[in-house]
Design a binder for this molecule. Structure first.
Ligand code: TNX
Length: 560
């Protein structure tokens, strides 16, 4: 008898616990600028709620569908979407465009007992409001989680109580990037799309996609099929940090143009612009293996099986090389509609040019003479970059290049990525360049996230802890006021020499992307690491919910 009463009690307690609706918490990552309570009853989100969007607006229609999908993922509730010409209806989530919202990517969420309104000046702003609402729903509640179906069995439907409030935010920076190297190890379409999903969750809007390098050519170029047929594959990969031992396993792959179009569209649906990188004149051995005439010595070359920097780079003495670059860029521009094309420019040793009669002849013809620290060959790289820049400018595009471009006299319309620390960024801004901050410390996410590296999957080196990422300030304190606007934003880079599979990519970026998101969205005065750490578990519950791999120890190890 006792046993029966006991189990009855347990059942009652369990059912009452499960019957509690989830309670949303708007203190998400990145933290909204304002969360102001409204004196009203809270709003109960249940299956009868509709998501309204402005009739005839395709972007808002897609926003509504995304929100519906996110809510279903987290709660099991299925909310229908509805086009409407009325601005607001009781009991609904209304997505709307409102020119009064502060900035292009800003949002304002208003929750009252009558309903929820998510407003943005643009559909992108509305999308960020949607992300905040999504992240406010606790994903880690037992039995109330849509994925495990418990709520449905119980007759509960995963209702969510949204406290009455107004929540608003605008991002600090317009450029909020992540980079992904799909060369050193090849990752296919599904992985890139999931990476874009992860970026969207973190409010990021630029994917810098590294597509070509010494170890592989990963973008189909129809005019030069050997780039992927030959350049897309390497005969094995060095083991460890450039050891003499090679795994002997042929590695490669590439993205077809159809796949790339699909990925570009997938990104655009999430308000992410993809910036493709075609690295030149260095990091070109895969292309030179396919077309040896592109190099100074004529080869033969071999798609590289080691990491690091090789001496073999494009021959700039030949007009044919310039034609090749333009042809490739024609196809790249047709695939990527964004303003920027990244043309690399990093790590180009110039010793082949010193020995190459054609490159030396070009130097003479152009009248390039060494000045100060700049050799004639450095100026040749500047000339080459300018040719490429002019070509892209004539097609309405702009170039981004690594900070080595500052060493070779390119004009100020080139945007600089500051990677060898923060100093080149400051130098570039003072020279009038726009700058994106991606310094190795702390924004190389291929680096370790702890100094206790023995517990970690092998990484490049370094130690960029979660705290270091959080504390990063993209605009140096001593940068003169009149050049500060040149700092467009920050980006973390994920080079994949030592990253061989998708869970490992996720492990390297999560949760460091959460810290970066606050660098990108918050004003420095709004940042607070302890507070961030208290909010992080709710975001991590979403990682868990989607089955993403992340570094759990970063939540507890207090590394500085
Ligand atoms: C430097 S960052 C490189 C990459 C490597 C990376 C490893 C840059 C412009 N070049 O080629 O993959 O270091 O962290």
């Amino acid at each position: 008898m006792k046993k029966v009463i006991f189990s009855l009690l347990v059942t009652i307690v369990a059912v009452t616990a499960a019957a509690q609706p989830l309670r949303a918490d708007y203190r998400v990552v990145p933290l909204p600028d304002r969360i102001d309570g409204i004196k009203d009853r809270d709003f109960m989100l249940d299956g009868s709620c509709l998501i309204d969007y402005p009739l005839g607006n395709r972007d808002m229609e897609r926003n509504a569908a995304m929100l519906s999908g996110y809510i279903e993922d987290l709660t099991g509730l299925h909310l229908s979407t509805r086009p409407t010409s009325r601005i607001y209806r009781d009991g609904c989530i209304s997505l709307l465009l409102d020119p009064k919202v502060d900035s292009d990517e800003g949002y304002r969420i208003t929750v009252t007992a009558r309903g929820v309104e998510i407003a943005g000046k643009t559909p992108a702003g509305v999308f960020y409001g949607i992300q905040t609402l999504r992240k406010s729903i606790p994903a880690g509640q037992n039995g109330m989680n849509g994925m495990n179906g418990m709520n449905k069995q119980d007759g509960m439907d995963g209702k969510v109580l949204l406290p009455a409030a107004q929540v608003s935010a605008s991002p600090r920076f317009g450029y909020r990037g992540m980079h992904l190297d799909c060369v050193r190890h090849f990752f296919g379409e599904e992985t890139v799309k999931r990476y874009l999903d992860i970026m969207a969750l973190h409010g990021m809007n630029r994917l810098h996609w590294h597509l070509t390098d010494d170890q592989g050519w990963r973008i189909e170029i129809q005019k030069y099929p050997r780039l992927t047929e030959v350049g897309g594959w390497r005969n094995g990969t060095t083991l460890g940090h450039n050891s003499p031992v090679n795994d002997g396993i042929r590695h490669g792959g590439y993205f077809t143009q159809a796949e790339i179009r699909d990925i570009v569209r997938y990104a655009a649906d999430r308000y992410i612009t993809i910036i493709p990188e075609i690295d030149m004149p260095g990091h070109m051995v895969a292309a030179m293996t396919a077309y040896p005439e592109l190099g100074c010595t004529g080869g033969p070359y071999e798609v590289w099986t080691l990491w690091g920097v090789t001496d073999d780079i494009l021959c700039i003495g030949k007009d044919q090389t310039l034609q090749f670059v333009k042809d490739v860029l024609d196809e790249v521009m047709a695939l990527f509609p964004g303003q920027y094309i990244h043309i690399g420019g990093d790590e180009s040793p110039r010793m082949r040019w010193q020995q190459c009669p054609l490159c030396q002849q070009r130097i003479r013809e152009l009248g390039l003479v060494a000045k100060g620290k700049q050799s004639a060959e450095a100026l040749l790289q500047g000339w080459f970059t300018t040719q490429v820049q002019n070509y892209l400018t004539a097609h309405g595009r702009r170039i981004i290049g690594w900070d080595e471009l500052l060493d070779c006299d390119v004009d100020a319309t080139a945007t600089i990525m500051s990677w060898r620390g923060a100093e080149p960024g400051a130098q570039g801004a003072k020279l009038g360049h726009d700058v994106i901050m991606t310094p190795v410390g702390p924004l190389y996410f291929d680096y370790y996230q702890t100094d206790k590296t023995w517990n970690e999957p092998m990484a490049f080196g370094g130690c960029n802890t979660l705290k270091k990422v959080y504390d990063f300030e993209p605009v140096a304190a001593d940068l003169p006021a009149d050049v500060r606007h040149h700092i467009l934003g920050a980006q973390a880079n994920v080079w994949t020499e030592y990253i061989t599979c998708e869970p490992q990519i996720q492990y390297q970026v999560l949760p460091r992307m959460a810290a970066l998101a606050e660098v990108q969205w918050l004003q420095p005065t709004e940042k607070d690491y302890q507070d961030f750490m208290a909010r992080l578990p709710q975001l991590v519950d979403i990682y868990k919910h989607y089955g993403w791999t992340y570094r759990a120890r970063s939540l507890t190890d207090n590394e500085v």
